[in-house]
Design a protein around this ligand. Sequence first.
Ligand SMILES: [Zn+2]
Length: 410
Amino acid sequence: MLLRELTLVDRDGVRRGDLRVADGELVAVGDLDPRDDEVVADLAGKFALPGLVDAHVHFSLSGERTVDDVVDMTDAELALVEARNARKTLEAGVTGVRAMGARDIDVQLRDRVAAGDVPGPRAVANCRSITATGGHGHHLGREITGPNDARRAVREQAKLGAEFIKFMVTGGVTTPGTDPDEVALTDDELDALVDEAHRRGMHTSTHAHGAAGVTAAVQAGVDTVEHGTFLDEEAIEVMLAEDVTLVPTLSAPYHIVRNVDAATADVRRKTEHVYERHIESFRRAVEAGVRVAGGTDAGTPFNMHGANAAEIEFMSEYGMSPLEAIEAMTATAAEVVGLEGQGTLEAGTHADLLLCDADPTSDPTALNDPALVLKGGEVVGGSDRESRTAFERAGASGSATARAVRSGLD
Ligand SMILES: [Zn+2]
C-alpha cells in the first residue's frame, strides 16, 4: 500500500514524502510512484510521525489518588486493567513503551501483545521495581536490604522475564513516609543492582528526585534517570560525563498540581514543593545538553493513559523546540529503552504511524487527538472517521487481492 502526499515529521525534520507499507513495515520512504495494482491512500494535508514511544508508563495504575486501590487487586483483575490501559495507550498513537512493571504482569502483557492476542504498544517491560525496605513503591515493589539481597532481587526479576531493572534511589511523592530528597539505597546496594543487571545485558533505570540520589545512581552506572526533579550542577555534570539519559516525566506533577484538591494531603504537600523545581531542573538539563527521552509516568495520580502526547507539549514549553521534543518521544526513547525498528520514518522499520491534521512542530497539541494511528500497517486508532474508513477499505481490498492471488496459486 502507498500512503501519498504526506508531510513527514521525525528526527530528520519536516518534509513532503510518500510511504510504502508492506507486511507491516515501511519498505520505502520518499517520492514514490504507485506500482501496478498497488492500493493508494491519498493523505494530502496530513502530517505523519512515527508512532510515539513513551519511555515510562505504569499500566498497573490508572490515575488513582493512591495506590491502595491497586495493591488489593488480584492478579486477574490487575491483568485486565493493564490490558485496558495498554489499549488506550495504543489508540492515542503510542506504539512503543517501556512498561515500569508490577508483579510480573507487564511481561505477560508484553508477550500477549506481541503475539497479537490483545491490542497494545510494543513493549520493553520489567517486573517489580526494587526499593529499600519500606521505601518508595514498596507496595508493588521488591524490598531489599543489603547488596546480596540486591543481587538476588535482580536475578528474581530476570527469571520472571524482566528486560531491564528499575530501582528507587530516593523516596517518592506517592509513598507516605518516604522523602523525595533522601538517598534510600546505599552505594553498595546501588553497585550490586547495576552490576548484576548489566551482567545479564539488562539496562537499569532509577526513580530519582533529589540530586544526591541522582549522583549516587549515576556513579553506580545507572543508564536512565526518571524524573530528575531537583537536579543540581553536580548531578547534571555526572549525567553528561556518564552519558546518562533523563526521562523527565513532566506530566506527573502537572496533573497532580491541577487536581490538587482531590489529591491526598501527603501528595499535595510534596508536590507543591516539587513542581516549580522540576521544571527548572528540566530546563537546566536541556540547556546543558543532557540526552532526554520522553516519558509520562502515565498511571500516577490523575495522569491518564492515552494523554501521553501532552508530554511533548510540556517539553516544548519548558526548554525544547517542538521537533526536539518529538525526537525525544520517538527516536531517542526507542533507542534508549531498546525498542528496535521504531521511532523514525525509515525503510525497514515497523509501519507504526501517527497521522494528524495540523503541523505538530508549530502546535504540539495537534498530537493529542490523532486522525489515524497505525501499528504494523493496521489501523488501531484515530478520530478521523473518514480516513479511517477509507484506509480500512483500502487495507481490506489489499488483503482480498492477496487472498485471490494465493488461491489462484493453489
Ligand atoms: Zn513511575
